[in-house]
Design a binder for this molecule. Structure first.
Ligand SMILES: [Fe+2]
Length: 214
């Protein structure tokens, strides 16, 4: 069994870029629905004792598209919640150096990230990822994740599904992405992920049920 992970902040913590109304629907309805469907499908497949990470990998390996889509969306949303903060501070230390080395500076990374998100056709995700010390921006379609898609370690992600921004920004994905990057990106989390990537460690893992009882 997997569980709907708790938000690491209040529903209104990301306003005005993302309203409490959007966060409530996004977490309590969309994310919750992926959790329920993933649990139902995992139980039918006899895979209900797996972690979310194991479930994503196993469903993909077995070609179980429905289970994969729902399990990957569970994981992607858990990672997305961590990728944001209401107290966004600029990147520092090794992460800032890596951003400068890979993109030139933070403003150039922003341009690349926003362009990738705006240019992405339909639903999906835009990621900042690390391959060793190198950083890159990639987008994935629908539920596609970075756990199974490549050797890239995700640092942060932004949700490109319309449910992530439509109530607050209507069709203006570009305005959403620019504000998201400037005001919500959680660079402390990205730095932790970058450290894990360079140490060859897995980094973020979706909370198990026992982790959330505290
Ligand atoms: Fe979403």
């Amino acid at each position: 069994m997997i569980e709907l992970c708790k938000l690491p902040y209040a529903y209104a913590a990301l306003e005005p870029v993302i309203s409490a109304e959007t966060m409530t629907f996004h977490h309590d309805k969309h994310h919750a629905a992926y959790v329920k469907k993933a649990n139902d499908l995992a139980a039918k497949a006899g895979l209900d004792d797996l972690s979310v990470e194991e479930l994503v990998v196993q469903a993909k390996a077995q070609g179980d598209t429905k289970l994969y889509n729902n399990a990957a969306q569970v994981w992607n949303h858990g990672f997305f919640w961590q990728s944001m903060t209401g107290d966004s501070a600029k990147p520092s230390g090794d992460l800032a150096s890596a951003i400068d080395a890979s993109f030139g500076d933070l403003a150039s990374l922003k341009t690349t990230f926003v362009e990738a998100g705006v240019g992405h056709f339909g639903a999906g995700w835009v990621w900042l990822a690390a391959v060793g010390d190198q950083l890159k921006v990639v987008s994935t379609h629908d539920a596609d994740d970075l756990l199974t898609a490549s050797g890239d370690v995700p640092l942060i992600v932004c949700d490109l599904w319309e449910h992530a921004y439509y109530l607050d920004h209507q069709n203006d994905r570009e305005a959403f992405l620019k504000s998201w990057f400037d005001k919500l990106a959680n660079w402390d989390f990205a730095a932790q992920q970058f450290m894990a990537a360079r140490a060859g460690e897995p980094g973020y893992s979706y909370p198990a049920m026992a982790d959330q009882s505290a």
